[in-house]
Design a protein around this ligand. Structure first.
Ligand SMILES: [Zn+2]
Length: 267
């Protein structure tokens, strides 16, 4: 909470300073201060691995481990195809589900969990301007998704990722209250913009290193064919290099017992 207060105080002081500089005609200083402030705020709210506003993990620990994570599902067509593929390859992954989609397709979320994957909170509606939400809506976005997952799986999630990785000045205290830990990523695959499976596979294979958390999507407006086509090659080649696929965090069963992870995640 202290950092949220510092953030808002800083914002207030900077606004006052900018108003004074502008009022007294220091236009050069005004523009310099405005640019510096904008860059600082963009870094704090938009950088996926920034720890200052919200502590987060963006890597998993252990020798030769990587974690595949899939955001924005469940999708009625693509998520079952992905689950079939992961089952065939014997790979476990982490799914950050959107609450209202989970409520629409609860059987897919149940299947995801039943097949050994980790199901996590990706907000209720995936509001794109997440960093500007009013406090009440922010809390509702977190809590409604948690309830939706509880309804599907029988217990609440332990991990959270915000839409596009955006931060919010009040996110840290709200996550703490909700018992959620923030999980970021270290490889952004840009699968949202790539329709070519070879380009996508190369992008992942060229970057992948020990401990990476890889960001992919199992629901996109134009479908996830490129990801579904690229993934078998990515899995096979990473396995050949000696990598294991692990969850982004430990899984909790319905009784509240933590299942041990193959690789222990690091903060
Ligand atoms: Zn998302």
């Amino acid at each position: 909470m202290a950092r949220s207060a510092i953030f808002f105080s800083l914002l207030f002081l900077i606004s006052a300073l900018l108003a004074l500089l502008y009022a007294f005609g220091f236009l050069g200083l005004f523009l310099a201060a405005l640019t510096a402030t904008t860059l600082l705020i963009v870094f704090l709210l938009f950088h996926p691995r920034n720890q200052w506003l919200v502590a987060n993990r963006s890597r998993v620990g252990g020798a030769q481990c990587v974690a595949l994570t899939f955001d924005d599902g469940p999708d009625p067509m693509d998520t079952p195809k992905l689950l079939d593929l992961l089952r065939k390859k014997g790979v476990k992954a982490t799914f950050f589900v959107v609450g209202k989609r989970a409520e629409q397709y609860p059987n897919i979320v149940r299947r995801t969990w039943a097949e050994g994957h980790l199901v996590a909170n990706h907000t209720w509606s995936h509001y794109p301007l997440f960093c500007f939400l009013m406090p009440r809506r922010l809390r509702a976005e977190i809590e409604r998704c948690t309830e939706s997952i509880r309804h599907c799986c029988g217990f609440p999630p332990r991990f959270f990722r915000s839409p596009v990785g955006l931060r919010h000045p009040l996110l840290a205290p709200y996550l703490e209250n909700a018992g959620l830990e923030y999980v970021s990523w270290s490889i952004r695959t840009l699968d949202t913009f790539t329709a070519n499976p070879n380009v996508l596979a190369e992008r992942i294979l060229n970057k992948a290193a020990n401990g990476d958390i890889i960001l992919l999507h199992d629901h996109l407006p134009r479908g996830t064919d490129a990801m579904l086509e690229a993934l078998p090659r990515v899995i096979d080649e990473l396995r050949q290099r000696g990598f294991d696929f692990v969850l982004a965090g430990p899984r909790e069963d319905a009784g509240g017992t933590l299942e041990p992870a193959t690789c222990e995640p690091v903060p």
